[in-house]
Design a protein around this ligand. Structure first.
Ligand code: PMP
Length: 307
């Protein structure tokens, strides 16, 4: 099945992706008026089908983004889950999958239109990374400042926020780097273009607080919880640019990138310039957690298919 043949949910039904057409005059097409989520489903470690990871947390964030942008989210968690299950089955997906969920204002209108949004759900197979094949990333401290809560809240996962991400990523690539790391208006480290950031300094894993112009990342939260369970010290506090240069390890994290080591920042090697041991341990534990069938005390995973 090609990318265009895969089946998506659009305007209330399952159709091939190539037939999912957005009105060119719509607020989503013209102004990026939409909110979205990227979710993951992984093959369960007992190979009993696919497990969605922290779906309820993604659904909650979708609802919060909608509320902030003034869009009504007419879908319950149960609705969204039913649609995701139907799509995985219709596409006959049985390997690790990335699922995009978008609420868009796709009728004619302007940036201030308040009509009900249309739901688009689009899964695509995407294998998890393996630390053994990590190549690592070279990062640039961006000359672009991260958007912030006084103008375009990064807390809301809004399509238009990614114009800021685009400026930073294209500049970084033009200059020969893989990713940007944005500073916020106060000059503290915020996040990358589509992922959060962690550094290891003095045996403590440090990440900026969610009030430092970062998305309230679900992977960031997972990493903090997993690290605590492994007995690794963690700290959420503002990070200065020069601390990035002195870090023993650095990595970005997010649903799509999972945990990806950063090998250099502004051409200065991070630690010994190789993927870090803590990042590797966390990635292994992250995948173990996301592929563990749901249990009573921490139902982070949801069964999506049954073999
Ligand atoms: N920051 C930004 C700007 C992102 O786009 C993402 C990816 N959703 C993240 C952080 C990581 O968020 P999450 O772990 O919830 O995927």
């Amino acid at each position: 099945m090609t990318d265009q043949d895969r089946l998506v949910w659009f305007q209330g039904g399952i159709i091939p992706a190539q037939r999912a057409k957005v009105n060119a005059l719509s607020p989503t097409a013209q102004f990026g008026i939409n909110v979205f989520e990227g979710l993951r489903a992984y093959v369960s470690q007992d190979e009993q089908g696919l497990l969605g990871f922290r779906l309820n947390d993604h659904f909650r964030r979708l609802r919060e983004s909608s509320a902030l942008l003034g869009i009504d989210c007419p879908h319950s968690d149960a609705d969204l889950l039913r649609i995701i299950r139907a799509l995985i089955s219709a596409n006959q997906y049985d390997d690790d999958t990335l699922i995009r969920v978008i609420l868009m204002i796709d009728g004619p209108g302007s940036w201030h239109s308040q009509q009900l949004p249309t739901l688009m759900v689009a899964p695509i197979q995407k294998r998890r990374q393996e630390p053994a094949t990590w190549t690592g990333l070279h990062a640039q401290i961006s000359s672009w400042t991260r958007i912030d809560d006084t103008s375009m809240p990064p807390r809301a996962k809004v399509g238009a926020n990614y114009t800021n991400s685009r400026y930073g990523l294209l500049s970084a690539r033009r200059d020969g780097y893989d990713i940007p790391i944005f500073l916020n208006r106060n000059g503290h480290v915020a996040e990358s273009s589509g992922a959060c950031i962690f550094i290891l300094r003095n045996d403590t894993l440090v990440t900026p607080p969610t009030t430092d112009s970062v998305l309230e990342s679900i992977t960031r939260d997972t990493v903090l919880k997993i690290a605590a369970q492994l007995g690794i010290n963690t700290l959420c506090r503002s990070i200065d640019r020069t601390e990035m240069y002195l870090a023993d390890e650095a990595f970005i994290c997010g649903t799509t990138v999972e945990i990806s080591p950063v090998l250099s920042i502004d051409r200065r090697p991070v630690g010994n310039g190789l993927p870090g041991a803590i990042a590797s341990t966390l990635m292994t534990e992250y995948i173990r957690t996301a592929t563990t069938p749901p249990t009573g005390n921490r139902p982070w995973t949801t069964q999506l298919t049954c073999d």
